[in-house]
Design a protein around this ligand. Sequence first.
Ligand code: NA7
Length: 552
Amino acid sequence: MTSTEPVSEKTPSQPAAEVDVLVVGAGITGIYQLYRAREAGFSALLLEAGDGVGGTWYWNRYPGARFDSESYTYAYLFSRELFEEWEWHEHFAEQPEIERYLNHVVDRFDLRHHMRFGAKVTSATWDEPSGRWTVVDSHGNEVRARFFVAATGVLSVPHFPEVPGREEFKGESYHTGLWPAEPVDFTGKRVAVIGTGSSGVQIIPVIAEKAAALTVYQRSANWCTPLNNAPITPEEQAQLRADFEAICRTLRSSPSGFLHVANERAAFDDSDEQRRAFFEEMWQSPGFSKLTSNYNDLLFDEAANAAWCDFLASKIRAIVKDPATADTLIPKDHRFGEKRPPFVTAYFEVYNEPHVHIVDLRETPIERVTERGIETADGLREFDIIVWATGFDFGTGALRRMGIEGRDGLALVDHWADGPTTFLGIQTTGFPNFFFPGGPHAAAGNNPRYNGDQVDFVTEILLHLRATGYDVIEVEPAAEEKWTAMVDRWATKAPSFGESSYYFGTNIPGKPRKYLLNSAGRPKLLAEIAKVYETDYASFRVARSMEAVSSG
Ligand code: NA7
């Protein structure tokens, strides 16, 4: 596999289309945007590069891929009937169940015939006189749309590092973010996994079960903690249904969009013994609650964070029998929460298996990939399969690759040469009628919650225009500057991620170092959206296109 770009073979040529709303991306955000646009009575079309529904959850179909947000808080909440009829099997659903769910949603709300698959957008151009976007896909098909909504996600452009010889490997090679639909058979194979982020640590235990030999290439150790997944019992299913309204309320008021209960205690309010017992409780707790329900000073107080990290290191040492391997697996270069923490199932345990080895790239960096394997400073190891779990061009990757040109030919890549500037993570100046919910500056937490708020907001904007007789809308520069400054301010204070995190673009050579999330929290996003309504859209400029004016 050589391409970093998902392209389908299947797209037939299509007649030129004209719609009110063109959505790009059939992931969680795009499906919801299509649903809202249709429900509001707009003509709408969705273009998707892949051959199926799911977006990130379509491409990341590697074995072991699963939610690490609770299934029922990550899923849609716009329809109580949908919430009640879909029974998630596990608290943290695996990729096949997620893909089934998203297909169910598309069919249940009759959205599939408004979707074109295998349609990768290559250019999108604003036409001032008509007040429309012309969007072209890789097969040359053209769609003209009044409103252009790129729901292209933050984790949709896989990143392959510049390792010499990467293309020369003669065995099978895969990226976790571009996993093939056909199953990959690891049985009896010699396998390498490069990367130990959330994807790497999910796939490693699954490969270890089948492979004859597994070598993990780790550059940075991560603070992995147990996901603590479990099936959802019938009693829990019934409780979830009964709690629907309370769940929605809690999620709306949670800064991170989770149900987890915040802790009012600071680490040193407790005695050493109490703290140890509490950390043990956290270790046993589900998913992100280790971040969201931990001591309230965990991300603010060095000593509190160090106490938790010491506890985690002792856990790793207790699980991994070889002390040198355990030491390699314990992060030394960042605190817990500085990078996105991965959640694992039987991860550290695999390093006790005689056929699993770890290579510390800080000690012996990869020098090259050859036809037969991977060469580091201590020699060549031969493989049948190499898995690249090396992450994504996060946040702006997809938007920068779509050939987007706004007013006066302004290219989005130039406009964002120093990193993205946005208003509420949905619009940027110079690009009228263009929206990007679920993109940069959207969220820092349970993504679909924030992204859903943004889709609702975009839909309200379209309804506002229809009600007021305008057809062009663009954010005021001052509003954009204010929001972007707020995002940047939050990036420098806890709870935020360190600059070593890909959330600042640091994993991509040459990418501007700019914060790509919004750490201010969901209530802040909702409050700012409410302000827009209260001020009758004062943060935006509205107009009539020349075409609308001339047609009276
Ligand atoms: P991540 O979290 O970006 O992890 C990528 C991993 O690949 C990480 O361990 C990197 O090490 C490693 N990497 C990247 N480049 C190299 C090179 N050149 N050599 C060796 N190792 C390398 O991506 P994931 O797919 O795991 O997770 C992305 C998101 O998906 C995650 O946050 C969840 O939201 C789900 P590094 O840490 O940079 O030293």
